[in-house]
Design a binder for this molecule. Sequence first.
Ligand code: SF4
Length: 236
Amino acid sequence: MNHGPGSTSPGTALERERTGLVAFVLAALRDLYGVPDWTPRRPPTDELVLTILSQHTSDLNAERAFDALVARFPDWDAVAGAPVEAVAAAIVGGGLAQQKAPRIQAALRQIHAERGDYRLDFLGAMDPREARDWLTRLDGVGPKTASVVLLFCFGLPLMPVDTHVHRVITRIGLIPPGTPADRAHDAALEVFPRDRMYEAHVNLITHGRRTCGARKPACWRCPVAPRCRYLDPAAP
Ligand code: SF4
């Protein structure tokens, strides 16, 4: 095999092609939606509980349930030690309260058992994947929930792959077709530059909501269309 001057190995060519595609997609989405500002939203334990509450419901319902929870109990210690029925009653407005109440209590109790308190600030100083591994050891915390907490609270370069992100990056051809959502979390980390992970996440979700919908993607007005493999499997 010729690897002399002027030759190009297949792996390098593929890498260059993908790097070019990623740069094109990020630029197109930036033109359309801008650059989102990152500022930490709330303390990480609050974010974790809120993210558990947001599973299988709208952000609005989750926020309401979170507000009701913190109004009913003075602190996380009181939530962890309360009868599960009392926690479920407080979050009933968020849906699936019977599943989420024990999940929240189990996560809080595990954090306390390992750390001696309920704070998660130490995660911000860890390697991103190790921090994600730490959180996913908690009952009921998967890679999406863990990545949300770490990206939004600390700006750690992790990609929460929700239904929008998964659909859009699969259609464009940034991850192989058929990649399951749980594996897509690691696959996406190989795709996007670390310093643009937050921008990529926010703009992909916006794109999934406004343009690349599940049923009828608006390809005719999508700036990614010239290089999207949903439209042309051989797109460069
Ligand atoms: S071209 Fe169509 S399928 Fe591809 S990203 Fe845009 S809206 Fe989605």
